[in-house]
Design a protein around this ligand. Structure first.
Ligand code: MN
Length: 267
């Protein structure tokens, strides 16, 4: 486990993704279970939409790409393809990976929190291909399992399945559809793309169509106020004193923009 593959795939002078601190094998990073372990799910509209499911372990984020995203329904096994370990700093990344770069597209922090192994030996569980754990996130809770399937010929890595265990958090509700926004900025993908200079059209097809329609309808409703007033048209004096926007503050704090200057200048 190291970040070599992660780094090899990226150009840090172009992307604003974090390079990540180096991870020592036996050093601080190896300390398991001493403190809480982070998990994050990043919704990523790249070549195709997927959800990157990441569990902190031994100083890195073990990562799986889940095309359909996690399901709270134990009957729905979600395919999870293992991908390269990511740095822990990546958990804070929400924004745009420039077009043409590895993973180019829009990234949203879809859920985050802590995870707890439900096995005594995580390394052995990973090696055996069956890791049981529980999540304490904002959208995902309770008991889950990641199970490795048999490797098909021609597959580079064996696929895993992400499955919700039956417990009080299990439900048939479609969490991806019902809770599509960022847990840090409350934005949809299209709003992240808009704010950070990404491809809005491409980002938007990862958002639920019903919500997009709502946003468009709102735009229609606000149009008179949003358009720059060309000249005073007499009859509308009454609206002049009202603030033009309903400053729908998109939730907590504006996202940090660490190195966006470099990406911005390319837009
Ligand atoms: Mn991804």
């Amino acid at each position: 486990m190291a970040l070599d593959e992660y780094r090899r795939k990226r150009r840090f002078d172009v992307t604003s993704e974090p390079e990540g601190k180096s991870v020592g094998r036996g050093g601080k990073g190896a300390r398991p279970a001493a403190s809480k372990l982070a998990f994050v799910v990043q919704k990523h509209r790249a070549t195709a939409l997927h959800y990157d499911f990441r569990l902190q372990w031994r100083g890195v984020m073990l990562s799986w790409a889940v095309p359909k995203g996690p399901s709270l329904d134990p009957a729905k096994k979600r395919m999870a393809m293992p991908v390269e370990d990511h740095p822990i700093e990546y958990n804070k990344f929400e924004g745009i990976i420039p077009a043409g770069q590895y993973g180019g597209g829009t990234v949203m922090i879809w859920d985050r929190g802590t995870w707890t192994p439900e096995v005594s030996d995580v390394d052995a569980a990973l090696a055996a291909g069956e890791l049981k754990f529980s999540l304490a996130g904002e959208k995902l809770h309770g008991s889950w399992v990641l199970v490795r399937t048999g490797q098909r010929p021609g597959q580079k890595r064996a696929a895993w399945l992400l499955i919700k265990h039956r417990d009080e958090w299990a439900t048939k509700d479609d969490v991806a559809e019902q809770a599509p926004r960022s847990v840090v900025s409350n934005r949809l993908l299209v709003e992240i793309a808009r704010d950070e200079g990404g491809d809005m059209k491409r980002a938007a097809d990862g958002d639920p169509p019903a919500l997009l329609r709502e946003i468009l309808d709102q735009l229609d409703g606000d149009a008179p106020a949003a358009r720059p007033a060309r000249r005073r048209t007499g009859g509308r004096a009454g609206s002049a004193g009202k603030p033009a926007s309903r400053a729908k503050s998109g939730g907590p704090a504006t996202p940090r923009r660490r190195r966006t200057s470099s990406t911005r200048s390319r837009v």
